[in-house]
Design a binder for this molecule. Structure first.
Ligand SMILES: Cc1ncc(COP(=O)(O)O)c(C=O)c1O
Length: 411
């Protein structure tokens, strides 16, 4: 049933939007293009990005400083051109959303506002497989507040979070979890954990690095206090691309919420009055500090417009079909699937454990002998994400075929 011809037929019946993207060459083997299954790590470049970026560069060449107001996409309000599309992507109100900085920087800025340990309520809950940057960030926040990070940061198996909040929630100041876990690919129950955190009296934030552009999100309705995500994985905005931030409406304009400020925190109408005291708007824009890097914003704008055009509902439907198909292929092989089987508890990524040899060596062989690009994460996991915008059923088939060859040899 799972032949190459069958995969190709599925691609004819259920095509994505691969022609919008540059797909790296396979560099050898039977196929011209790589089977690119690493969009959970770094998304592919949209073909539109280069032209859009050159337009913005041309504005600078032609206009110099006057580009702030006169460029086709003027630089002064430029970040605002990304707000509506970013808000739609994560199910937020535009005033709750801003694109700025990088992910971990944003997590710190948001913890300035929403990690306010007091009395015996000091703990930060993260998952035991939290991405290291998040772990370093929360530990350094604890130290910043004069607390012992080993006592303050509680690392939990995701399955234990609700129970812990019910038992020990009175000591928790902040719950900060990954919406989709980077290692296992598990999609957390964001609304239920958010509710439980709030019932325990804690604030709740989400790292959506592996969720934004991967699964539909309804941040405003689900009600977390804040969220942050990057744009270089499923959002295809390039290495180190600027991240996005969500601050729930209930906190906007609240003078009791502390923020670090700079000139981009103040409302644009009065920014150039050069007064010493800021007048922040009652929007997430108030969390901005510096004037934004336009040539980093451009690729995010281009990418968000692609998501806006095709919509997360359709993309998610194709994502479930592709990942379900890949799962069926992998079930024929002697390996362990780490990611939950239930499509409602995962995004597009499947994480595999081969059981023999190094995952890094395996990923290398897949790349250099078969032109199949995945990635490996310590200790022994290979991650593969058939992302719905540009991946094909044939990409999935190539991964399974290559794995079958390599596993056969290793055994
Ligand atoms: C879950 C998660 N959090 C944080 C980061 C770090 O992101 P940045 O380098 O943009 O701060 C990553 C990067 O891959 C990530 O996957």
């Amino acid at each position: 049933m799972f032949t190459e011809a069958d995969a190709l037929e599925r691609d004819t019946a259920d095509p994505g939007h691969r022609d919008l993207f540059h797909v790296p060459p396979a560099d050898g083997g039977r196929y011209a293009e790589a089977a690119y299954l690493a969009g959970n790590s770094l998304g592919l470049q949209p073909k539109a990005t280069r032209g859009d970026l050159l337009d913005d560069l041309d504005s600078w060449a032609r206009l110099g400083v006057e580009g702030h107001l006169d460029a086709a996409r003027p630089w002064l309000p430029y970040h605002g051109f990304l707000t509506d599309t970013a808000a739609r992507l994560v199910g937020a109100l535009p005033e709750e959303t801003v694109v700025m900085n990088s992910l971990t920087v944003n997590l710190h800025l948001l913890m300035v506002s929403f990690y306010r340990p007091a009395g015996t309520r000091t703990k930060i809950v993260i998952e035991d497989t939290a991405f290291p940057s998040d772990s370093y960030a929360v530990r350094s926040q604890a130290r910043f507040h004069g607390l012992d990070p080993d006592e303050t940061v509680v690392r939990l198996d995701p399955a234990d979070v609700l129970g812990y909040l019910a038992r020990e929630g009175h000591e928790v100041a902040l719950v900060l979890l990954g919406g989709v876990n980077y290692l296992t690919g598990e999609l957390m129950d964001i609304p239920a954990i958010t509710r439980a955190g709030h019932e325990a009296g804690a604030l709740v934030g989400w790292d959506l690095a592996h969720a934004a552009g991967n699964v539909p999100l309804e941040l405003h309705a689900w009600g977390p206090d804040f969220a942050a995500w990057c744009s270089y994985k499923y959002l295809n905005a390039g290495p180190g691309a600027l991240g996005g931030v969500f601050v729930h409406e209930r906190h906007l304009g609240d003078p009791a919420v502390q923020r670090f400020e700079g000139w981009w925190s103040t409302e644009p109408a009065t920014r150039f009055e050069m007064t010493p005291v800021s007048r922040p708007p009652a929007t997430a824009d108030a969390w901005q500090i510096s004037n934004p890097p336009i040539y980093a914003m451009g690729p995010v704008r281009t990418s968000l417009e692609i998501f806006d055009r095709y919509g997360m509902t359709d993309l998610r439907a194709r994502s479930e079909r592709l990942t379900g198909y890949l799962e069926s292929l992998l079930d024929e092989l002697p390996l362990t699937l780490v990611t939950p089987r239930d499509p409602d508890r995962r995004g597009s990524q499947l994480s595999l454990r081969i059981g023999t040899g190094s995952a890094h060596e395996l990923a290398k062989r897949l790349r250099f002998e078969f032109g199949v690009i995945t990635d490996a994460r310590e200790p022994d996991i290979v991650r593969a994400a058939p992302v719905p915008l540009y991946c094909t059923y044939h990409d999935c088939w190539r991964l399974a075929d290559a794995l079958a060859h390599v596993i056969e040899e290793v055994r």
